[in-house]
Design a protein around this ligand. Structure first.
Ligand SMILES: Nc1ccn([C@H]2C[C@H](O)[C@@H](COP(=O)(O)O)O2)c(=O)n1
Ligand SMILES: [Zn+2]
Length: 200
């Protein structure tokens, strides 16, 4: 009996310590903004590459989000998603709007001057032009897998000339899980609620 009481006290102490103190494993700003870009990418219908972008102002407010997709009025059920065909007109490349372009065009403020764009893939030359002309001053990217392509080399050349800072994001964690059921978890135990017993 005495033993049971004391172990209860110990567990209460652990739980109260965990819920009384500030959380330590919260998302840092860069992780949050890059994760927002990755979440947006989940909307993409592109079967090969889902790219997302998130524009953030100097007050750390998200002012635009986008992902790669077909333009308005151009049905993503009708336009091609193929990478290669005998005719380029039958590939996605002539039609798809890049994530960066959509994020800039989706902006919810008058301009994106001095903003930072978080993007899953290093911008291509066409998006680099849009980024520069829109006044964005910093690019944070996750992957540079197309670094040898002319589009990427040209993009970097233009960023260097225009004084746009760019740097590769190295995630602190490999994965971020979004679990919609978590909100109903027990605050003290961090466990899912015990399933209700079936009543006869
Ligand atoms: N920075 C980028 C690079 C590419 N995209 C889009 C354009 C296409 O939908 C897809 C690339 O297709 P893949 O050649 O990998 O089959 O990604 C973008 O939005 N932003
Ligand atoms: Zn692009």
């Amino acid at each position: 009996m005495v033993e049971a009481e004391s172990s209860k006290e110990v567990s209460n102490a652990i739980f109260s310590r965990d819920v009384d103190k500030k959380r330590e494993d919260y998302l840092e700003w860069t992780d949050y903004f890059m994760a927002t870009a990755f979440l947006a990418a989940k909307r993409s219908k592109d079967p090969c590459s889902q790219v997302g972008a998130c524009i953030v102002n100097q007050e750390k407010r998200i002012v635009g989000v986008g992902y790669n997709g077909m333009p308005f009025g151009c049905s993503d059920d009708e336009y091609p998603w193929k990478k290669a065909s005998t005719s380029r007109l039958e590939t996605k490349y002539l039609y798809v709007c890049h994530a960066e372009m959509n994020a800039i065009l989706n902006k919810n403020c008058s301009d994106v001057k001095n903003c930072t764009i978080y993007v899953a893939l290093f911008p291509c030359n066409e998006c680099a032009k849009l980024i520069i002309q829109s006044g964005i001053s910093e690019v944070v990217y996750m992957s540079d897998k197309h670094s040898a392509k002319e589009e990427t080399i040209a993009a970097k050349r233009m960023f260097d000339s225009a004084g746009i800072k760019y740097w590769q994001y190295v995630p602190k964690r490999k994965q971020i899980t979004i679990d919609f059921t978590e909100i109903d978890w027990n605050r003290m135990t961090q466990l899912p609620p015990t399933p209700l017993k079936e009543t006869k």
